[in-house]
Design a protein around this ligand. Sequence first.
Ligand code: A3P
Length: 303
Amino acid sequence: MNDNETRLAAAWPCKTRELHNHHFDSTVWNDFVFRDDDIIVGTYAKSGTTWTQQIVGQILSDGSPEVDVASTSPWVDLRVPPKPEKLAAIEAQAHRRFLKTHLPVDALVYSPRAKYIYVARDGRDVVWSMHNHHANANALWYAALNDTPGRVGPAIEPPQGTVRDYFLDWMARDGHPFWPFWDNVRSWWAIRDLPNLLLLHFEDLKADLPGEARRIAAFLGVEVAEDRWPAILEHSSFAWMKAHAAQAAPLGGVFWDGGAETFINKGTNGRWRDTLTAEDCAAYEATARRELGEECAAWLAHG
Ligand code: A3P
């Protein structure tokens, strides 16, 4: 085992393989050469990753409509392309790099020099978004996930049953059929006071995009001319991103027959309220409190 695998095994003896079952390669961070101005956007998944990448891309480009997050902001720990190719492509980037990860912070090499932005979203919203992502994926997506060299574990199958069934399974098997949820949120929350981490919440991005975008710019040390904000905010809006979804969604949306608009789907929270029972919600909330502690669970729920 290399450094990251050893650390993962020590932290979560039974979850290391589970993480590796899917398409992560956390070892890529062992060989990653940081630059002082690197930006890493982290989330569990389906939590506003792409949106935050878009906001960052807009801030860095003074609101250029040309920014193509899908190709300029790679997912570092994705197993594809293979590690040497991935690292070479990232190394070749001449612009200020903004990269994506879905790992818990314990599984990264955390640089004190880079800037990290972590975005959280209520687990129920995550599942509703994930279900759309998964249920509408095409054969190319399954092939990319299941046939990736180095991947082990059972193949990911199309979801069965209702979205509630999907939620209950995700709860019962912590993130199934993808990766563990609670560890991810808890790990980033634990380091929230570090000066090079900015913790964001999907709900706050929705409630006050201008305010949150200004916080991001200040955190990144980017001075934005006042007259550039309208373009930055327009290009970070749901309507604009939906209309230009191929510039944002992974690989331009090839994994969905409905295209990238399937990925930039609804952009709303609380769609589970009409479906989950009061008991389902109580069970979720109790698990959140147990797994995260009161303060973090309250922040995640953002109620
Ligand atoms: P929904 O599936 O609930 O619509 P990620 O990039 O982490 O996979 O997250 C995807 C989610 O972010 C999707 O949620 C997507 O619609 C939403 N999203 C992307 N851009 C957005 C925007 N500008 N405003 C609101 N939601 C956005």
